[in-house]
Design a protein around this ligand. Structure first.
Ligand code: AMP
Length: 450
């Protein structure tokens, strides 16, 4: 195993890394240091929690010479405002003994302030694509001095519908530059972007999406339905000592809201929620309260929480079984960060069993199953999506409620397919992606509007 000594870092950087208490580089840091330093284009496949931010930042900072030039030399693109803030924070930690000007750019706040700051000069800009593009167009950000481009969490970025902005931005950048891209998963879209803009990238890959981190212990419970899951969750959460900091994942906003409402009477004082329909301020406050330990429980959808750096999570609870096995990997990667132990628990219904099988297949690991606890009440209450087919159609036919039918049908079809195995999985995947994009468009509009 190597140590940071082997990197022969300049003193200011070495001292900052020492101050952070980091002794051993993580595998992604070990692999990326010399490759990034070589100036080649780089594609890194790594989940968050593997130390990838330092992985690309350390070699870039090692090389960054002091300069008074106004135009930035390093651009880091990330999908969300939360990530901008987090990456800026990390860079500030690493550069505390250096003279480096770092600026964060994101939507939802006054563009003029960001414009003025940029004109005062920057070395590193960390940005979300929408706002960045606006600032390039209005010439607040002059890109001609850019030498290094990092696109982090590119899979999330493409999921959020940022492809056009990314392409637009890339086309404006100087041709002679180094491209560094990090993605937790490889998708056709990521591949296409690389094909278009990268030159023979070096590929570094650590935790491929099917490799669970060794320090995460996994368990699962078979559970009858949504409200029985609520009862089980409440039962677990009542053990505040064990369940000290709990991140609860739910696949979609509607279920997240429904779950939050259901646990509120018992745990309202210590819970918060994030999803893309919540305002940015609300999301930031939720995350901060959770991170600081003000709230013990955070309910989140997949996309919102990917890439977040939350410390010391004791449990990740998969309230539902993700439609994409990779999302399970992302979710459980939120616990067991760096070298700490983490625990994760999956709830699955009969309908979700097949999805659980796909996850286990991907990991080549069977998640140990616990019996459903006898003391937890099995609920007979069903959500609209769980109602049997005939029920809703007959109930609602020729009544006012029929307006609800289209949404209902959509969900129903998705659930039905879940049961039918084989090639249907692909269909679910497609559907799932579609609905994600729809929601994300709204999210994106919000980002841009702000
Ligand atoms: P990241 O994957 O970049 O989000 O980093 C995950 C977490 O690991 C962050 O909280 C980092 O501060 C921390 N970290 C990064 N590198 C190291 C290291 N070499 N040793 C210990 N912790 C680290």
């Amino acid at each position: 195993m190597s140590s940071f000594e082997d990197f022969r870092l300049r003193k200011q950087l070495k001292n900052a890394v020492d101050d952070l208490g980091f002794v051993t580089p993580t595998p992604i840091q070990e692999q990326s240091f010399s490759v990034v330093l070589s100036g080649r284009d780089v594609l890194g496949i790594a989940q968050t929690g593997t130390g990838k931010t330092l992985g690309y930042m350390l070699p870039l900072l090692e090389e960054l010479k002091f300069s008074k030039q106004l135009n930035p030399r390093i651009l880091v693109l990330v999908p969300t405002r939360e990530l901008v803030i987090q990456v800026i924070e990390e860079i500030e930690n690493f550069t505390k003994y250096m003279s480096v000007r770092t600026i964060g750019i994101y939507g939802g706040v006054n563009i003029k302030t960001q414009s003025t700051r940029l004109l005062e000069g920057a070395d590193i800009v960390v940005a979300t694509p929408g706002r960045l593009y606006d600032l390039i167009l209005n010439q607040s950000l002059i890109v001609k001095g850019l030498k290094k481009l990092v696109i982090d969490e590119v899979d999330v970025m493409l999921d959020l519908g940022f492809r056009r902005q990314i392409t637009n931005i890339l086309e404006l950048l100087p041709e002679k530059r180094q491209n560094i891209m990090f993605s937790a998963t490889m998708t056709d879209h990521v591949d296409a972007l690389i094909d278009d803009f990268f030159v023979a990238p070096a590929k570094i890959s650590i935790a491929v999406s099917g490799t669970p981190l060794d320090n995460i212990s996994q368990l699962c419970y078979p559970v009858e339905n949504f409200y029985t899951k609520v009862n089980l969750l409440k039962h677990l959460l009542s053990d505040g000592e064990q369940f000290g900091k709990v991140l609860v994942f739910v696949s979609n906003k509607k279920s997240a809201d429904r779950l939050f409402e259901a646990i509120e009477p018992d745990f309202g004082q210590e819970s918060c929620i994030i999803h893309s329909n919540k305002s940015q301020n609300y999301r930031i406050r939720s995350i901060e309260d959770f991170d600081a330990g003000v709230n013990r429980i955070l309910v989140s959808t997949d996309i919102m929480s990917r890439g977040l750096d939350l410390d010391q999570i004791t449990h990740v609870i998969n309230f539902d079984t993700p439609g994409f096995p990779e999302n399970y990997m992302h979710r459980i990667g939120r616990t067991g960060r760096a070298e700490k132990e983490g625990k994760t628990i999956l709830f699955f219904t009969e309908n979700e069993k097949e999805l659980k099988d796909s996850i286990e297949e991907l990991m080549d690991y069977t998640i140990p199953m616990l019996d459903f606890p006898l003391e937890v009440e099995v609920s007979k209450e069903l959500t609209p999506e769980e109602q049997p087919d005939d029920y809703d159609l007959n109930e609602n036919r020729n009544t006012k409620k029929v307006e609800l039918a289209p949404g209902f049908h959509e969900k129903k079809a998705k659930n039905l397919k879940t049961n039918q195995g084989g090639s249907y999985k692909r269909e679910i995947a497609k559907k799932y992606k579609k609905s994600q994009t729809r929601g994300d468009k709204t999210y994106h509009k919000k980002q841009k509007r702000g």
